[in-house]
Design a protein around this ligand. Structure first.
Ligand code: MG
Length: 397
């Protein structure tokens, strides 16, 4: 299905109360004449969802549990709004035939099923849920080819690559280079890394993001996941993918072409820019943010990633040359370990160590179906949870 050229695009957001969801609504606030919000899928944040519903008047909302849905109903700003419940609520919103655009911004593998629904419907999917692409990239792409869905990346690096590649032939692409800020611990010594706190890990030097991705940025797992995401999004071979640390986070990615040219995409460090592009591509709309002032940029730096200091990045890079089951297993173990770190059950150093230990238990297997992805993910999570509870008991002694 071709992207509709109608003046008003009808849009749903999966994960509307999260960081990307709220930024998407901020973009829409500045371009009200172009977008109509028809569905908002949230998790537990009923208060923010009520505010969003009051302002944007969607036809459908969804929340994780019946009790949250009851709170919403009791304060329902508009009795016309249909309130859906549970994971199927987000899938129903993803499947609305009225959608022109679905913004997929639920964090983690929880976003996979709703993303699949949106792709199945042949819609434009503005993809912020990188884990979907990491664990099921070939399936998502195949489904998109069948349905005619367009997958436009929201992740800033991938938005940059997408923009650089628009006019290039696949055979002219030599290499794609993702930039990494390096996260909060780029300049820490390995000794300092052992003692970092949750608060330090949640303090990202450049980007305002959700908690899971901020922790992933601190371990640099995020950049590893992004390499895998780029592989499937742009159909690249492992040797065509590279990462460079660029602490200023102004160049979001680079593409090296076979004639020696390098294309780069630069913009202010703000997620609203790639979000807006994912909604308007291939066209542009005015920005409502202060433009980049090149005269104020003192320097651009580039460094190699220290793979000894960031072993999870190294692991994720390895996933590029392994069976898909490795990526699924790694992602599942990482999601569970990050969740335990966010609950302060384990420290930062444990998080890294635990993922490294769990991945040793991965048994390579062919992934022939979406069901097997969920099975491998489940197994990795069970092993990680069990390991973490034993680990905690061992520490108590
Ligand atoms: Mg990114």
């Amino acid at each position: 299905m071709k992207f509709k050229d109608s003046p008003i695009k009808r849009l749903s957001i999966l994960g509307s109360t999260g960081s990307v969801g709220r930024n998407t609504l901020e973009v829409i606030r500045h371009h009200r004449h172009q977008f109509e919000v028809i569905g908002l899928a949230a998790g537990r944040n009923v208060n923010v969802l009520i505010e969003q519903a009051l302002e944007f008047r969607p036809q459908y909302v969804s929340l994780n549990s019946a009790s949250e849905a009851d709170i919403f109903r009791s304060q329902n700003p508009d009795p016309q709004i249909q309130v859906l419940v549970g994971s199927s609520g987000a899938e129903q919103i993803a499947s609305l035939p009225e959608n022109d655009i679905v913004v997929s911004a639920i964090t983690g593998i929880d976003g996979l099923k709703p993303t699949l629904k949106a792709i199945e419907m042949g819609k434009r999917v503005a993809l912020a849920n990188k884990e979907s692409m990491v664990v099921a990239g070939p399936f998502l792409q195949q489904l998109a080819r069948q349905s005619g869905a367009e997958i436009i990346p929201v992740d800033s690096e991938h938005s940059g690559i997408y923009q650089c590649l628009r006019k290039e032939r696949p055979e002219d692409i030599k290499k794609v280079v993702l930039t990494a800020s390096g996260g909060p611990f780029f300049r820490y010594s390995p000794e300092q890394m052992k003692a970092v706190t949750l608060e330090e890990a949640l303090h990202h030097p450049r980007w305002e993001m959700g908690r899971k991705i901020t922790v992933d940025s601190a371990t640099m797992m995020n950049k590893g996941l992004e390499l895998i995401e780029a592989r499937w999004l742009f159909n690249l071979a492992p040797e065509q993918l590279d990462v460079v640390v660029h602490p200023q986070s102004i160049i979001h990615s680079l593409v090296e072409l076979r004639d020696g040219s390098l294309l780069a995409q630069l913009s202010p460090t703000d997620m609203k820019i790639p979000i807006q592009y994912a909604l308007t591509a291939p066209y542009r709309e005015n920005s409502f943010l202060p433009p980049l002032d090149l005269k104020k940029i003192i320097k651009f730096e580039f460094y190699e990633v220290d793979i000894e200091k960031f072993p999870l990045f190294k692991l994720a890079r390895e996933a590029l040359t392994q069976d898909l089951s490795f990526s699924v297993f790694l992602n599942g173990a990482n999601e569970e370990a990050v969740a335990a770190f966010l609950r302060q059950e384990i420290n930062f150093y444990d998080l890294v160590t635990i993922v490294l230990k769990i991945i040793d238990q991965h048994q390579p297997q062919k992934v022939n179906s979406l069901e097997s992805i969920f099975e491998i993910d489940h197994l990795a999570r069970q092993l990680t949870k069990k390991f973490i509870s034993q680990w905690m008991r061992g520490k108590e002694k």
